[in-house]
Write a protein of this length. Structure first.
Length: 374
């Protein structure tokens, strides 16, 4: 029972409109560090050939990749695109006129971070609501260049379009966001209806639905080789062709991080089937060596060969990666035998050898030895 003495609502209190407002606010806080609010929600049912007519003029349109191969769209008008990119690049939002230009791929790349967070939170907020069947598992992908090809590239089924007015930075910039997904139920594994056996069963059903919603979402991982500190003058001096020196062992100490900087795995950068790859080795903070255990008493003991990791011995300017399925053999330079015969290629010895005790050696017969050996 609620505080007012009424039974709780059947599907919770978060409607699609409220879920989208919460998702916009969360994405604004986490990605833009700006106050983002939504108001009003218009829902339309459209055939694919009418979708382009309902999108804002000169909008940035990204493809949505969904479960079971389903696809959709997400669109931002130019005002929102400019506000998001400006906030990510300068840290603030201006209220001046919107530049009269079409959105670019760079705009799409910047806005995608905001939209991934928004769609993830939108789906999570709808867990347990019937709307989660069509709102779960969609991830923004590539920019769509030609809207006229939508009837050819997308499935000919009815689509659900959600349109919400959006405010960024307390009225500094206003715009419109549109989400388009197939109208039909697209849940991966519909949660079976449970008889009301109490709060425990409802909590179990909610947990299962939340897991189904979250596990179907994509996440971005970044492989970080090294973090370097430099002065502002050094940063401004960088230009195409500038070199940033990395430690010798950086390629062997790559770290996989989430979008918010959380370290998940550590590994080693290398080559696999012609592609750059990271071999996951262990968790950050885990013991670097093998666990101390007696192991198999019947296994033979392998000697320490003293071999070193070729990745750690690579020179800073050598960008050639070793393959994971090949040894770390180093190529030896050719010998200059002419220089050796002339005595020019041999390094001088610094001494530092222990003194020899020759007191017990009989040298009486050394005078009889020939001066040369024939």
């Amino acid at each position: 029972m609620t505080l007012a003495g009424r039974a709780p609502p059947e599907f919770g209190e978060v409607s699609p409109a409220k879920a989208l407002r919460l998702a916009l606010a969360k994405a604004g806080q986490e990605v833009l560090q700006q106050v983002v609010t939504g108001s009003g929600l218009e829902e339309l049912k459209l055939p694919i050939d009418k979708v382009a007519d309902q999108l804002p003029e000169a909008a940035l349109v990204l493809e949505l990749s969904g479960p079971r191969g389903k696809r959709g769209l997400i669109a931002l008008d130019r005002g929102l695109v400019f506000a998001i990119t400006e906030s990510l690049t300068t840290g603030h939002v201006n209220g001046g006129p919107v530049p009269d230009r079409l959105p670019t791929r760079t705009d799409a790349l910047l806005c995608r971070r905001f939209l991934v967070m928004m769609m993830t939170v939108f789906a999570a907020r709808l867990v347990g609501h019937p709307a989660s069947d069509w709102a779960t598992g969609f991830v923004p992908e590539e920019k769509i260049e030609d809207l006229r090809r939508l009837p050819v590239t997308m499935e000919d089924v009815p689509y659900r379009m959600l349109v919400m007015e959006t405010d960024i930075a307390l009225g500094t910039r206003l715009g419109q966001i549109c989400i388009l997904v197939p109208w039909d139920d697209m849940s991966l594994e519909p949660v079976a209806a449970l008889e009301d056996h109490g709060a425990e069963d409802r909590a179990r059903a909610w947990s299962s639905a939340l897991e189904a919603a979250v596990m179907g979402c994509d996440i971005e991982m970044t492989a970080v080789l090294h973090r370097a500190q430099m002065t502002v003058a050094e940063l401004r001096a960088l230009q195409p062709g500038s070199l940033i020196r990395l430690p010798a062992g950086a390629l062997g100490r790559a770290v996989l991080e989430t979008a918010d900087g959380q370290k998940v795995f550590s590994g080693r950068l290398g080559d696999l089937d012609g592609y750059r790859a990271v071999m996951v080795e262990d968790l950050p903070g885990a013991p670097s060596g093998p666990p101390e255990s007696p192991g198999d008493p019947g296994a033979p003991s392998l000697p320490d060969t003293g071999m070193v990791d070729a990745m750690a011995m690579a020179a800073p300017g050598n960008l050639e990666m070793p393959a994971f399925d090949e040894g770390a053999a180093e190529e030896m330079p050719p010998l200059d035998f002419d220089a050796i015969e002339a005595g020019e290629a041999l390094p001088e010895l610094d001494g530092d050898f222990p003194a020899m005790d020759l007191g017990g050696l009989n040298m009486d017969d050394l005078d009889d030895m020939p001066e040369t050996i024939e």
